[in-house]
Write a protein that binds this ligand. Structure first.
Ligand code: ADP
Length: 495
């Protein structure tokens, strides 16, 4: 132990005497502080209240690092180390991630109990050393009050914790699954997290990790003392969503911003005003790689059919035609993957974005009948996704909207709908809200589809009937996939 501590002090001393501009190194070491990770940064910002790190100054009897100091400080994330053996874990939520967390803990000789709100409980919270939160658990859950931040573990951090320095974390309102899946394909690894594979069930031997992260998961991260510091974190875009859970747009943005706070590389969308604001407020802006479909940014951008890299010198790196028929919002997704994987992976990125291998229910062509084309975009569960989809068509659109609104203000949708949206139809829980904007009210989705079909067939031009509902499906369906399947099956039965 003493030898290890002496070795660490030796390394720190060497670092402190080096004067090579920005220094960045990672020492993976188990120190006598019980820390798992040591991250060395060029510390150009003073210590923050509540930051859990030691500076080199403390170790070498220097005063703590201040802005402008010309010595290097070593930030050691002592953070919280999860102990498993004989420790008791209370898992909140009996879904896929809760069940997977239980197996993960038991494999490491911990004791895990799953609790679901639907069942009564007869345990004392004080029996437990830790509480593990499944994404659906809200921060005001009654059982959470009994735990302190160093006992709270977001489920995704349980599986990611020790590997997170190799993690590529992806968040945003829309495009997370597309970008996570395609980045994983480009890097030749699997994707986990919100994409449907809990981090606790991933292959821990993989060198790199791609992890899709939702705002619910990030909300839990803010409650926990476990620091989230991935290798690279990207925010794709931030528009209205999940306001029923987060309360305000400000709170939703703060959750998303948390993904990049401690990341070593940050990827942000310059076309999105909320991402720009997050970038402006970051302390170390040198870590940011921007991407844009509209402006010449430092990072990767799209202009006149080509993709460019700008790292001081502008270089053309790809022709968008190589990607086949990609929709406009997919160009943003391509740029996001490129910003994370780098252009050396270009061939693999082109392959990953093959339009024929798009995940289902995302602008998916179903069939053409009597001059009308039917598209299933059931995964568009918010206004931003619906706007992205309608903007990818130039033909007249008959648009099906409805489901659970999640606190969205539909005025934004209707003020931005393009002129080629001829008529809108609504169904489900939000139909009253949508009616105010002139939507034709229908009993359910299939009734809306029938009406849209009749109207579209009367149009003599090539029309599009599009399910891109801007709402979640959970009021009437088990999932967005169920809703999309019913749409596609009904369309396939049309004669
Ligand atoms: P998420 O996992 O964030 O829900 P998906 O990749 O599953 O994202 O796509 C969800 C919906 O958002 C689909 O309807 C898709 O067409 C749309 N979408 C995908 N990428 C973007 C983007 N960059 N901007 C806006 N909408 C997008």
């Amino acid at each position: 132990m003493a030898r290890r501590a002496a070795r660490l002090t030796e390394i720190l001393t060497k670092l402190s005497t080096s004067r090579f501009g920005v220094f960045s190194a990672i020492l993976k070491t188990k120190t006598h502080f019980g820390a798992f990770f040591c991250c060395a940064h060029h510390l150009n910002s003073p210590a923050q209240r509540g930051d859990n790190y030691l500076t080199l100054g403390i170790l070498n009897n220097y005063p703590p690092a201040q802005r402008g100091d010309n010595y290097f400080a070593l930030r050691i994330y002592i953070g919280m180390r999860i102990k498993f053996k004989n420790k008791k874990f209370l898992i909140l939520g009996a879904g896929k991630s809760g069940v997977s967390a239980k197996t993960f803990i038991e494999k490491r000789k911990g004791i895990a109990e799953i609790f679901d709100d639907k069942e009564p409980h007869d345990f004392e919270t004080s029996e437990f050393n830790y509480v593990v939160l499944s994404p659906a658990i809200t921060k005001d859950h009654a059982l959470l009050a009994a735990f302190t931040p160093n006992q709270i573990i977001p489920e995704f951090m349980l599986g990611l914790n020790r590997g997170q320095m190799r993690a590529f974390a992806i968040t945003g309102t829309n495009g997370k699954t597309t970008v996570s899946r395609n980045l994983a394909r480009a890097l030749g690894v699997s994707a986990c997290g919100n994409i449907g594979l809990p981090t606790t069930s991933r292959d821990t031997k993989e060198r790199k990790i791609v992890c899709e992260i939702s705002s619910f998961m990030l909300e839990h991260s803010r409650l926990s003392e476990l620091k989230f510091h991935p290798k690279c974190a990207a925010i794709l875009n931030i528009t209205q969503d999940h306001l029923d859970r987060h309360g305000t747009m400000g709170e939703y943005i703060d959750c998303k911003a948390f993904a990049v706070k401690l990341a070593r590389k940050i990827v942000l969308n310059y076309d999105d005003k909320n991402c720009r604001k997050i970038g402006r407020e970051l302390k170390n802006r040198k870590k940011i790689t921007w991407f844009s479909t509209k402006s010449t940014v430092r990072g990767y951008f799209f202009k006149n059919g080509f993709i460019y890299k700008n790292c001081g010198r502008i270089k053309k790196i790809a022709d968008i035609k190589d990607f086949g028929a990609v929709a406009a919002h997919d160009i943003a997704n391509i740029l996001a993957v490129l910003s994370m994987a780098g252009e050396r992976k270009m061939k693999r990125i082109v392959k990953a974005f093959d339009p024929n291998e798009k995940p289902r229910h995302r602008g998916e062509f179903v069939r053409e009948l009597n001059g009308v084309s039917y598209y299933n975009d059931s995964k568009a569960t918010n206004i931003g996704a619906t706007l992205a989809c309608v903007n990818s068509f130039s033909a007249p659109i008959y648009l099906l909207l409805g489901g659970r609104s999640k606190g969205q203000d539909f005025a934004e949708l209707f003020s931005k709908l393009p002129k080629n949206v001829i008529k809108t139809y609504c169904f489900g829980e939000s139909k009253k809200q949508l009616k105010k904007f002139g939507c034709e009210v229908c009993d359910n989705m299939t009734a809306a589809l029938e009406k849209a079909r009749n109207d579209a067939e009367e149009t003599k031009q090539n029309a599009v009937v599009l399910l891109s509902p801007a709402c979640s499906s959970l009021d009437e369906f088990k999932s967005y996939a169920d809703r999309g399947d019913l749409f596609a099956q009904t369309v396939c039965k049309f004669e």
